[in-house]
Design a protein around this ligand. Sequence first.
Ligand SMILES: Nc1ncnc2c1ncn2[C@@H]1O[C@H](COP(=O)(O)OP(=O)(O)OP(=O)(O)O)[C@@H](O)[C@H]1O
Ligand SMILES: [Mg+2]
Length: 598
Amino acid sequence: MMLWQSVVGKLWFTILLLVSVVLSILMVLLLRSLEQHNLTEAETQLQKHASMLATIYEEQGNDPDNREMIDRYGENFSSNIAIFEAGEKVWSSENYLPFRLPPEVFTEDTDLSRVLQEGAVVAKEADFRPRSASIDSEMETIMVVGVPLNNVDNGAVYMYQTLSIIEQTSNETRRIVYLSAGIAIILTTVFAFFLSSRMTAPLRKMRQAALEVAEGNFQTKVPILTHDEIGQLAIAFNRMRRELNRNIAALNQEKEQLARILSSMADGVMTFNRKGEVVVMNPPAERFFEDWRYEMELQESIAHQLPEEMNELFQKVVTQEREELIEIVVQGRSWAILMAPLYDQEDVRGTVAVIRDMTEERLHDKLRKDFIANVSHELRTPISLLQGYSEAIVDDVAGTEEDQKEIARIIYDESLRMGRLVNELLDLARMEAGHTELNKAEVNIQEFSERMIRKFYGYAAEDGLHLTTHLTGENPIVWIDPDRMEQVLTNLLHNAIRHTEQGGDVALNIRLKTDIIEIDVADTGSGIKEEDLPFVFERFYKGDKSRTRGRSGTGLGLAIAKNIVEAHQGELSVHSRMNKGTTFSIHLPRITVEADER
Ligand SMILES: Nc1ncnc2c1ncn2[C@@H]1O[C@H](COP(=O)(O)OP(=O)(O)OP(=O)(O)O)[C@@H](O)[C@H]1O
Ligand SMILES: [Mg+2]
């Protein structure tokens, strides 16, 4: 910054200007009065001398000794003296000045002649030299004093001298005055600079601090050096800084909190301004848009372009000022979008939308509908069979006793199947509601597997299958519910045997590890279609409905098995290849009795 633009400079120059003006006025006045004083002093002096000479002349008269004495006085006073009697010059001293005034000057000058005519004492300063006089070309003021002679008519003593003597003293005083003024100016310059820079030092510090605050550094404190207005300004500044800091921290905290809430919300949230442009979008909403952009094959660069449905929704919400709900399907997932107007005092400032993934809910709806359809379908078949055959008995259609027995057996079988279906459904419903009660016991898994094999041995042999079991690992004692586990393995083995052709293999392999038990039921049968694999554990799933009908499956077995395994904190998974075989694997964590009972 230039010096004259700063406060220091301005103060400095102002003080200097003020002091110089005052000093110059003072100087002029002082010099004037000094000069005046010198002049009057010289006048009175000269007048006194003239009076003294007049007295001498009056007493002694015009005698040569006397004249010589007067002449010496003139020499001593560096003045010329002229004496008049009866209006005529009678004597004049030797010439002690570079010039001599002619007698006419005294008789003709209006002021000076008054001495002769009126007997007045007169003093006058003027340039009395005759115009023709070429003694000194410089203008020279001459002081003339006239004193009347009392005992002589029209007599007077005139004394005159040049003012150069007075001027010498004046010059001397002027020099002193100039010198002291110069010293005063220099001192003022120095002191004014120190004073102004000292006064503005806290201001400069505050300016620095204000700049730092503007850059966001709220820690800078201004030192309070004085207790004047600047000190109070510093106190006020510090208070402002503290308040600012507090407010900004509070604002930031609020903003952060809002951002954290938004980002940790499971639902997508986004806000729009009046023009329908996206203002805020949280991560779940971004995921929705990513899916949508992927589906529409849009580039990232045209981000924040909205689905058409959403634009329409926005227009509707803004014009009707009412919240609206739509559902769109993107990438196989259904999203519900609830949009509400955002108010700014009274006007609609924009909208806020909540985006929720409703896929699960929709899936559940679908499952429920499917379930009812499946149950009714499963029940319709046996009921219609029961109806048909019982009708045959009522109508006495079956002739022979043999036929009647056959019909009764079918009715019995179907009612068993219905009973089983209802029981299984109940079981499943109970388990899915979380009411699986496990009666755990310490079971020797080796003995357990051997029992399972014995149970199915005959059944497998009937179909011409090889049924084997294999166990590896140590510590065969496991903590499980033996009845429930038997239910699982029964279903898996039963399925494996049913879906394996003659001559195939069915194996029950158990691997005992330190913290996990792996049980595999593997067959070399028909396998399951790859696209069906994710659904085998769903209720009522049947690979080939026409073929399993005869074999009386309900499609609930695997769903029940999965529930039981999961109640043991285990996992049931499947691997299969068409016409090569299927392997169902159970992974059970080894839970100790103590840990489980805790
Ligand atoms: N080892 C396997 N090989 C080939 N397909 C299988 C095998 N195990 C199960 N599946 C298929 O999975 C379907 C569902 O089996 P699940 O045990 O749940 O029902 P189900 O055996 O038909 O009836 P349930 O077990 O209730 O008597 C079967 O219908 C079958 O198509
Ligand atoms: Mg089954």
